[in-house]
Ligand binder design. Structure first.
Ligand code: COA
Length: 331
């Protein structure tokens, strides 16, 4: 069976940079609090006219260009987001249309911060079995429009950014290289620890003025619980990926963790027994871009020359659901 190879990656963020001082104009917060608790200094937020699919299209074009492929070479799209442009249909078909394609499948993955790893797991299974040979895997989010940008929502609003990352995946016959394994997990007992309650069809009516007045359409989070679980489950998932491939932390050239919080990433680094130079971070610039965070970080790491052929790359993520997972990749 072939392995799955990353042919190329690309990312795109909106033009508007939002600093912590900008946020302090909107709500009761400060640069000092945000940097100390999360490490975030700036994030990018969309302007009028931008859409998640528009960001995804730009990231996809960059990845396709780098892979030396045209959109018509793709045979499948997997689109990971928790901030879709519309309630229905999912963003996948809109991206397919934007890329000038028809007929090929467009799959929507709704696994929040773990979306890219869930999507990679699906893509890897399809590539290994030969079902598809050129898969565009995208993680893209527009959080900023959904955030409560008043002091009421300050614990979440300061953390999230907008952006898109894409990867073009294909089979590779070299036995030693490519995706070695993926590991995905979920625990729905904690679904309400980080969620957007409505609009939703569990409500009757599914949207109402009262719901909006209560702020049910805003993401709410029990930050301490999320922090606690993420700090345990991310290192655990890295250990599972290493064990599955009979590898050790010393074998890792680069760990690209989901960029949720610099303090979580530091705890993952320590728990996994890695040096700082083995762990990639760029949350300082982008904030938490959920499903986009791993492909954005991976593309930047590649541009900085942090991975060479044969290096071991490990991905790990944790997010709402709770969902989490990891992947081991021989570059
Ligand atoms: N600016 C200033 N103060 C803020 C604030 C903000 N943006 N947000 C919250 N506060 C205040 C709180 O109201 C609280 O004040 P109080 O002590 O007077 O009640 C104080 O800061 C401490 O709040 P707390 O929630 O205990 O802080 P914390 O150390 O747990 O940090 C998070 C909060 C959200 C940064 C942290 O819990 C976290 O990062 N959790 C994980 C979030 C995450 O990664 N989510 C995505 C998962 S993929």
């Amino acid at each position: 069976m072939p392995h799955t190879q990353f042919l190329a990656t690309g990312f795109h963020v909106p033009a508007r940079v939002v600093t912590n001082d900008d946020l302090a104009q909107m709500m009761d917060t400060s640069d000092e609090w945000i940097v100390q608790r999360s490490g975030i200094k700036t994030r990018y937020w969309v302007d009028r006219g931008d859409t998640g699919v528009g960001l995804a299209r730009e990231a996809s074009r960059k990845a396709l260009d780098k892979a030396g492929l045209k959109a018509a070479d793709l045979d499948c799209i997997i689109y990971c987001t928790c901030t879709p442009d519309h309630f229905e249909p999912g963003n996948g078909v809109f991206l397919q249309r934007e890329l000038g394609l028809s007929d090929i499948p467009a799959v929507d993955v709704r696994n929040q911060c773990s979306g890219f790893i869930y999507g990679l797991s699906i893509a890897d299974a399809w590539i290994r079995t030969g079902q598809y040979k050129r898969i565009l895997l995208v993680g893209a989010e527009v959080h900023s429009r959904g955030l409560d940008k008043t002091s009421r929502g300050r614990d979440t609003a300061v953390l999230f950014g907008d952006g898109a990352g894409a990867a073009v995946l294909a089979p590779i016959d070299d036995d030693g290289r490519g995706v070695l394994s993926t590991h995905i997990f979920a625990d729905g007992r904690y679904a309400e620890k980080l969620w957007v309650d409505g609009p939703g069809l569990a409500h009757d009516p599914y949207v109402s003025v009262e719901m909006l007045e209560q702020g049910l359409h805003r993401a709410v989070m029990e930050g301490r619980d999320v922090f606690k679980f993420a700090s345990v489950k991310m290192p655990e998932s890295v250990a599972i990926a290493l064990k599955a491939n009979r590898l050790t932390p010393a074998d890792i050239k680069l760990l690209v963790p989901h960029q949720a919080n610099l303090r979580i990433i530091e705890m993952v680094q320590k728990a996994t027994g890695l040096r700082e130079d083995q762990v990639y971070t760029n949350i300082q610039k982008y904030g938490n871009t959920t499903a986009a965070s791993i492909p954005i970080a991976l593309d930047e790491a590649l541009a900085e020359g942090r991975l060479k052929q044969g290096d071991l790359l490990v991905l790990t993520a944790f997010g709402s659901g709770f969902t989490w997972g990891s992947a081991a990749i021989r570059w």
